[in-house]
Write a protein that binds this ligand. Structure first.
Ligand code: BGC
Length: 736
């Protein structure tokens, strides 16, 4: 294995980019995610540990958010009394007042999910040490986090004091969520416990310091500490471990007791064996989720990086949580769950880690009551999923934006009118079923979602004259709000109702009891099914017959045309350059919309001519103001054989987080863009589809790619697939 293609490094120290690195070097294990803040702290850093499912609605805030947990990473040292730090400026490197950093490298090893930092530090005494910090959050035992600090005497024989702590005084960018905080410090162990203010969650954290010398504990109201003093010999080395365990009331009745028991168990196992188990678990993950691209190292690293971030957020053991738009790596979007999960993040999991995909779909199943409540509150039937979802399943989209520079707030309509989320969830369920063949899931859970969301659409459509319409919608392109007859929404609704009707037939044949139960429970009367058939037959799909292309929504082409490519090169979207008002009234599109429809439904959307016309119409109008857009464009362009566009869009998608080309990586990883990249490669460039009960590829690879190898599960069978150009190998030819 070429290690180089499995790691990303920061070298030398780039203090001005520390928030970017905090995000991209984040660790996680599907239970929690933890940003890559420095163990010793740094001015302006935003340490955050977010645990799936733990939300709280703080007083004065518009909506609930994922709660930042106490910072468990605190670990540092003094060298001959000089505190270790990352300042590189010293008048005299030989006699540095206050100490000086002489060298630095930090690396995220994605193969084993390990963050490692090496630093060369000279103390005021002149004593110089090499300091190596390592940390991982265990994939094998998700409640365990481990840190190792190794200090090597390079010059002199310094006296080293180690200090470890947990910091309970944490906020989400200034918002406090914890109450009843309590700390203890005894022998070699410190603990913190607390409860969220509004929601019912409790947490417990316990840390131990394992040192060859005595460990002392010091109590503190919010920062319990452990210390240990080591006198290094000349050329001597010392290794100190800090182990931490974390539980919440979501997984234990006594989170603190469980954390204490777990830390005892972890201490008995020890860092090395914990690490072995962790790396073995990662080897399993990568065995199925790695994609090998021969001929393009940048694409290779990007694919691993994005899949790494999908995997560290993917709940392995919990079917009551889902992945927020910014994963667990930052405060952006407050940990809320959008369509990003079902249409962008889920497909790579459905195909490579189906058990995890099932967990994510179960999260939606368990939130059917919230979706039914939303439908009812809006005067509809069935289940209408919230645009932004948290633990409760209720709509949690804020109605107003944060104040703009002029102090005003903008009304946010997505929670009211971005209704396609219900169909996106149905799409993910059908995709999961077709790929996995998990009929047990489908019969017991999936069908109810697909059918009750179909009931919603049946009640939502509007009969106008002799056709059905959908007014006051927001399609994927959020620059145009409250529009009428989005072709994406209308066409996907037709698709949804078609699937629902077929599903009822299938249930009647294969699970007649459940068919009866659901028919009764959801009111799937013959009249309702006839209504669905009528909607399918008479739904209005805006189409420009002269130009043979779809119309994104009613009146789209009557607005001002602004060729987006003229605004290149640019940093940021065209939308802010035009201003809110003009942008809303122009043809500038935020993200793949008609193009998204082409990705999801492929040639069901229209003839090749129509698809090409759609592409040539919408691509030059698209701003890619959302990170969800480029990967979908790459996918569709590859399918259309437009390889220059496909490669350009792929490169853009691959670099969204790695090069911070949206300028907001500090807020968290773009989860959807990450899942989208895998889809651009597998569905786009490789053209993987299910065809008459088997898998088919149709490679359209960039010229410089020699081959792509990936693994998928189809109907429970593991298939390793290699495609090359010009014509791929038959699927599965390279083994199982
Ligand atoms: C995009 C949405 C997306 C949301 C969260 C918005 O900017 O337009 O499609 O769901 O971000 O990622």
């Amino acid at each position: 294995m070429q290690k180089r293609l499995w790691s990303i490094s920061e070298y030398p120290f780039q203090p001005e980019r520390h928030l970017y690195y905090e995000t991209i070097f984040a660790l996680g294990n599907g239970y929690l995610g933890s940003r890559a803040n420095f163990e010793e702290g740094l001015e302006g850093q935003t340490p955050a540990t977010l645990v799936h499912g733990v939300y709280n609605h703080a007083p004065g805030m518009l909506v609930p958010e994922l709660v930042n947990f106490p910072n468990w990473t605190g670990l540092t040292l003094t060298v001959d009394g000089t505190p270790f730090h990352l300042r590189t400026k010293a008048l005299d490197l030989l006699k540095p007042t206050g100490g000086v950093l002489l060298g630095y490298k930090r690396t995220l090893h994605m193969d084993v999910a390990l963050l490692r930092r090496e630093a060369l530090f000279r103390a005021e005494s002149g004593g110089t040490v090499k300091v190596i910090f390592e940390r991982f959050v265990s994939l094998a035992d998700v409640h365990v986090m481990a840190q190792r600090l190794k200090v090597i005497a390079i010059d002199g024989a310094p006296r080293v004091e180690i200090l470890a702590w947990i910091d309970a005084e944490v906020t989400n960018n200034g918002v406090s969520h914890w109450t009843n905080l309590q700390t203890t410090a005894e022998a070699d162990q410190i603990t913190v416990s607390g409860k969220t203010g509004q929601s019912p969650y409790r947490m417990g954290i316990a840390s131990r310091l394992i040192s060859p010398q005595a460990v002392n504990a010091a109590s503190h109201a919010t920062q319990p500490r452990l210390t240990s003093v080591i006198q290094l010999d000349k050329d001597g080395t010392v290794t100190i471990d800090k182990l931490t365990a974390i539980y919440t009331s979501r997984d234990s009745d006594d989170p603190l007791g469980s954390a204490q028991a777990k830390i005892q168990e972890a201490t008995a196992i020890g860092y090395d064996k914990l690490y072995q188990a962790h790396t073995a678990a990662w080897a399993d993950h990568w065995r199925d989720s790695d994609v090998i691209i021969e001929g393009d190292e940048q694409a290779q690293i990007a694919l691993r990086f994005t899949m790494y971030h999908v995997l560290i957020a993917a709940p392995q053991h919990d079917d009551d949580v889902s992945i927020g738009a910014k994963t667990l790596s930052g405060f952006g979007y407050k940990g809320h769950v959008f369509w990003d999960t079902e249409l962008f993040i889920l497909p790579p999991l459905t195909l490579t880690q189906p058990e995890i995909a099932r967990n994510l779909l179960m999260y939606r199943y368990k939130r059917l009551p919230g979706a039914r409540h939303k439908a009812q509150a809006n005067g509809y039937e069935g289940a209408m999923y919230p645009w932004e979802s948290t633990d409760t399943g209720e709509e949690t989209t804020p109605q107003w934006s944060d104040p703009q520079p002029d102090g005003t707030r903008i009304r946010i309509w997505t929670g009211d009118n971005e209704q396609h989320i219900s169909t996106d969830i149905a799409y993910a369920i059908m995709q999961y079923w077709h790929w996995t063949g998990d009929t047990e899931f489908m019969i017991r859970y999936g069908a109810e979602i697909v059918l009750d969301t179909a009931v919603f659409w049946g009640s939502r459509v509007e009969l106008k004259g002799d056709r059905y319409e959908l007014t006051m919608q927001i399609g994927p392109d959020e620059y145009h709000e409250n529009i009428n007859n989005s072709v994406f929404v209308n066409r996907m609704t037709v698709w949804h109702l078609e699937q629902a009707l077929q599903l009822i037939d299938w249930l009647q044949q294969h699970a007649p009891d459940q068919a009866r139960t659901l028919t009764e429970q959801l009111g799937l009367t013959p009249a309702r099914l006839d209504h669905w058939r009528d909607v399918i037959a008479r739904m209005y799909l805006p189409f420009d017959a002269e130009q043979q292309r779809h119309i994104q929504f009613d009146g789209f082409f009557e607005m001002e045309y602004i060729p987006v490519p003229h605004y290149e090169p640019r940093v940021g979207g065209v939308w802010p350059m035009l201003g809110h008002h003009r942008a809303l009234q122009s043809q500038v599109i935020k993200q793949a919309d008609v193009v998204m429809l082409m990705a999801l439904l492929g040639d069901q959307v229209g003839s090749r001519e129509v698809m090409l016309n759609n592409w040539h119409t919408y691509y030059p109008r698209t701003d890619h103001g959302s990170s969800l857009s480029p990967a979908i464009h790459a996918w569709v362009a590859a399918r259309l054989g437009l390889m220059d566009d496909a490669e350009y869009m792929f490169e853009h998608a691959a670099m969204i987080d790695l090069q911070d080309n949206k300028g907001n990586v500090r807020d968290g990883i773009h989860g959807a863009a990450s899942g989208g990249l895998w889809q651009a490669v597998v569905f786009g460039f490789c053209g993987l589809t299910i065809d008459h009960g088997d898998l088919k590829t149709d490679p359209k690879l960039p010229d410089h790619w020699k081959s792509v190898t990936f693994t998928v599960y189809y109907q429970g069978q593991r298939r390793q697939i290699t495609v090359r150009h010009p014509v791929g190998n038959p699927v599965g030819a390279t083994g199982s």
